[in-house]
Every structure is written in C-alpha cells, then in structure tokens.
Design a protein around this ligand. Structure first.
Ligand SMILES: [Zn+2]
Length: 396
C-alpha cells in the first residue's frame, strides 16, 4: 500500500516536472531569432523525447516512459530535475542500483545549484537507506546536513537510520534537532529513546551509571506520562536499590496516566507489595482500581484471576458481573465469568451470561457483504452504496 502510494507520488512528480520542461522548451523555441539553427534542432529532438515520455507516462506505460527519458542524455540545469525524479521513480520501483547511479551522476556534475545538490544528496541517502547500506546512507545524510543543517526530511531519515543501528544517543540528538526545526514534538518516540539509553546505562553496573539511567527513565515519563514501560523500568530500578515504596508509586502511576495499559503493571506491583510484606495493601489498591470507570477489561479479568487463585470465588464473580455490565461485548470477561460460575455450579447464570455476550456481539456484526467491493452492512441494499452494482449483497 505504501509502495503504491510512493509510486504514485513519484509518477505525479515526474509528470509535473516533465510538463514544466516541455512548456519551457516550447516557449524557448518560439524565440527563434535568438537561437542558432543547430541548437534549435537539438532542442527539438530533446523535446520530442520529453513529449513521447510524457505521453507514455499519461497512458501509464511506465517502462516505455523511462526509456524515453533516459534517452535525454545531456544534463543541463533543467534536466537535473527530470533525472532526480527519474531516480526517485526507480527507487520506488525497488531498482535501487539504477537510482543510485542516476543520483551519483547528478552529484558529480560541476556548476550544480545548491538546491539541486542538496536534493540529489538527499535522494542518494534515501537510495542507500532503502538498499540497506546504512553506513553510506548515514554518510549521505551528514553531507546534506553540512549544506543545509535544517533539512527536516534528512533529519527524519537519519533518525530512522540511527534507530536501526541501535545508536540511541545519536538518534535522540537528531530527534531533538528535528523538533527544533519542525516545531513538532514526538514525545512517545523521545521517551522510548531515553529508555533505551537508560537501559544501556543500567547494565554497566556502576552506581553513577545506575543513577544516570534512573534519571533517563524519569525524563521519559515526564516527557510522555503515558509511558508504561518507563514507569516499569523506573520501578524495577528502584526495587534494585531497595526503595520499595518509590517502586510501588512508579508501578501504580499508570493507573492514572494510562489506564488502558495499567494491567501490564499488575505483576510488578504485586511483587513490590510482596517485598514490603503488604499483600493486603496490594488487594486494597486493586479493588479500588477495578471499581473505577477507567478500569479496562483486561484489568478486570486479571483481578478476577487473582481472586480465583486465592479461592475468593464469590468476590471474583461479583467483579466479573459488574464487568459484563460495563463491557457487554467483552468476550474475555464473559468467558471468565462462565468458567467461574461453572466451578460453583451456577449453570443457569452461566448460560445467561454467555447468551447476553453473544447477543451483543452478533448485534454488532455485519449481516450482508457486497461480493463486488466488500462493503458490509446490517441491512440489505439492492444497489451497493459503495460500488453501485445491483444485487451484489450476500449474507455472511
Ligand atoms: Zn459494492
């Protein structure tokens, strides 16, 4: 899907560029008195290639179009744009080798404008990146940035490259530069880069590195308060230092900042309360968390399993009953409720719970689907509202 889109953009860019050049060539040919005869002949031939290439382009015959454009060997200041687009097009078709050759040829030209040199260097960096030549791609990005330090697209490419190399420090620096240039922060990415840096510091075993690692985890959750992994790592590091109370605070904070993901912290939280020899404290915290409107279905299921483990079946059933009212379409909650009701031989209620959940799920499922375009709906349409074919809706 993304390749298709890139492809389409590549063709559109090439089409616009060629169109502009053909227009300029035609305009120039009109000023005959200023141009010598043979030069005019040459330009006419050149324009003929462009016209043919453009025609192939418009009739969607890509290979023939490329052939015509490649025939325009002479690179002048105007055809640089065509060659740039052509190279990008080869890249979007997966022909990285040809793209690299074209872009290298452009860069080797003397008297290239700064804008064209930057564009060609950036294109070359993208070629290398797509070809998997990480070192060369990084080098090409650095060359772009030495000419234009605020080249936002190059900064985002370089960021992806450093991430793929696992050079988290460099990636973070580039991300911060990108933020300054574009004014668009990416707190989730920044937080996770900080976590990777912090994790590397934690493994060295030196106390000063450990503290600096903890500082990174703190920065991460400050930048992105919903960062569950940040709170988990922070809590684990605090446990390692014997600071159990601080760890409990870290593990329990996502209950407020990211309730949908808080269930991921339950095991760590239980372990921390265990170290404090305060399991009743854990149970109290969980009972309150599950009763809040923000409690997720997964949290409810997890808590009911813990209650089941300690043989508090009646309590588990009550938690799950409340859960099915709040999330009538949660098959996970319904399944857990049916299982526990079965264990205490309350079959009638078990069947009722299963039936309610199934009814709810079925009422949300589409009943008919168009055999032509895949459009689905609850009601039958004799003419598909999406593709306008007649009588194509089939029952599912
Ligand atoms: Zn249809």
């Amino acid at each position: 899907m993304q390749i298709d889109l890139l492809h389409l953009i590549g063709w559109a860019a090439l089409g616009v560029t060629v169109g502009a050049i053909v227009f300029r060539a035609a305009y120039r040919m009109g000023r005959e008195d200023e141009i010598r005869h043979h030069e005019q002949k040459e330009r006419e031939r050149e324009s003929a290639f462009y016209y043919r290439g453009l025609n192939y382009l418009l009739s969607d015959e890509q290979d023939k179009a490329i052939e015509e454009f490649v025939k325009v060997v002479r690179i002048n200041s105007e055809t640089v744009e065509i060659h740039l687009s052509l190279g990008n097009l080869f890249r979007s078709r997966g022909e990285v080798g040809r793209a690299i050759r074209i872009h290298q040829n452009i860069i080797a030209r003397p008297n290239l404008s700064v804008a064209n040199r930057t564009a060609a260097l950036y294109a070359l960096a993208e070629d290398y990146r797509q070809g998997g030549f990480v070192d060369r791609a990084v080098e090409a990005c650095r060359r772009v940035l030495s000419v234009d330090p605020d080249h936002a697209k190059t900064l985002s490419s370089l960021l992806i490259l450093h991430e793929s190399e696992g050079r988290w420090d460099s990636a973070l620096q580039v991300l911060q530069r990108h933020k300054r240039v574009t004014g668009k922060p990416d707190p989730r990415r920044e937080a996770h880069l900080l976590l990777r840096i912090g994790q590397e510091q934690m493994v060295s075993g030196l106390p000063e590195d450990e503290n600096s690692g903890i500082d990174r985890f703190r920065s991460a959750v400050r930048i992105f308060p919903g960062c569950v992994e940040g709170y988990r790592l922070l809590g684990e590091a605090q446990l390692q230092q014997g600071r159990v109370m601080a760890a409990i605070t870290s593990f329990s904070t996502p209950q407020k900042t990211r309730p949908s993901h808080f269930f991921l912290m339950v095991d760590s939280l239980r372990r921390a309360y265990g170290l404090k020899e305060d399991l009743p404290g854990f149970e109290k915290f969980m009972a309150q968390a599950v009763a809040l409107p923000s409690a997720s279905p997964r949290l409810i299921i997890l808590w009911s399993r813990i209650l089941e483990e300690k043989a508090s079946l009646q309590e588990a059933i009550e938690v799950l009953r409340a859960g099915t009212e709040r999330y009538p379409g949660s098959s996970g909650i319904a399944r857990q409720l049916v299982l526990i009701l079965g264990r205490v031989n309350q079959w009638q209620e078990a069947v009722g719970a299963a039936e309610r959940c199934l009814d709810h799920l079925i009422s949300r499922q589409p009943v008919f689907q168009c055999s032509q375009c895949g459009f689905h709906s609850q009601d039958i349409y004799w003419k598909c509202p999406q593709c306008h074919h007649w009588d194509t809706m089939e029952p599912l």
